[in-house]
Design a protein around this ligand. Structure first.
Ligand code: AP5
Ligand code: ZN
Length: 214
């Protein structure tokens, strides 16, 4: 099963993608996580990506498309995958379709998690991310057992650099401008499914599994 997660920054794509990956035993491929890992490891790609991410801008298409196209051809993706944070522009979606066509594959579902902008700001300011394993929490909606400590690996939890309120506003503008058009794109190819993302996390997941099947 090949699934794309769509939705504004903070809509809950990562939260739900991790649950989908666990339930259907397929890899979770998050371009944001890949960039953050590269930043942490000080790679060339990380250095380039950071200059865009810190401003709330998208990393240029040419730095992300090949990376994902290579990733979906690895052996663990044979049974499918869940893409989180990619595609994010129409050219990215077109490049993905082209590459999948050559591999005789296609996307089965594009799940759009709908959350109004007002809720997004609240979610982002309360989000905490683990510096060790990338797990995410929310101080109110999904708190760790011990304040600012990751339940999974015991490392410190921090506010992501791009979760500062001004950067979140910029990311939302960029989302409406460059990523929202993908909703129409996937509607046209008949794989779009809409989910109300304002429900609590478990209810959002139930709505998603009702679409993907047991
Ligand atoms: P990326 O990491 O993909 O960020 P994003 O799309 O902005 O999404 P987020 O990770 O912020 O949010 P999410 O929807 O995953 O929400 P989450 O589940 O964490 O990208 C970061 C940057 O990298 C981009 O700005 C760009 O620069 C670059 N980039 C990445 N991919 C790119 C690409 N393809 N092309 C170009 N550039 C790219 O949830 C948010 C919070 O809410 C959490 O605290 C969570 O616990 C809480 N929460 C989740 N669900 C619920 C719920 N139902 N109720 C209450 N709280 C909830
Ligand atoms: Zn951790």
């Amino acid at each position: 099963m090949k699934v794309i997660m769509l939705g504004a920054p903070g809509a809950g794509k990562g939260t739900q993608a991790k649950k989908i990956a666990a339930k259907y035993t397929i890899p979770h491929i998050s371009t944001g996580d890949i960039f953050r890992a590269n930043i942490k490891n000080g790679t060339e790609l990380g250095k380039k990506a950071k200059t865009y991410m810190d401003q709330g801008l998208l990393v240029p298409d040419e730095l992300v498309v090949d990376l994902v196209v290579d990733r979906v051809q690895q052996a663990d993706c044979e049974e499918g995958y869940v893409l989180d944070g990619f595609p994010r522009t129409i050219p990215q979606a077109e490049s993905l379709d082209e590459a999948l066509k050559k591999l005789d594959q296609k996307i089965d579902y594009a799940i759009n998690i709908e959350v109004p902008d007002e809720n997004i700001i609240r979610r982002m300011s309360g989000r905490r991310a683990c510096v060790g394993c990338g797990a995410t929490y929310h101080v109110v909606y999904n708190p760790p057992k011990k304040e600012d400590v990751c339940d999974v690996c015991g490392e410190k939890l921090i506010l992501r650099d791009d979760d500062q309120p001004d950067t979140v506003k910029k990311r939302l503008d960029v989302y409406h401008d460059q990523t929202q058009p993908l909703i129409d794109y996937y509607e046209k190819s008949d794989v779009l499914k809409e989910v109300d993302g304002t429900m609590d996390m478990e209810d959002v997941f139930s709505a998603i599994t009702a679409i993907l099947g047991a």
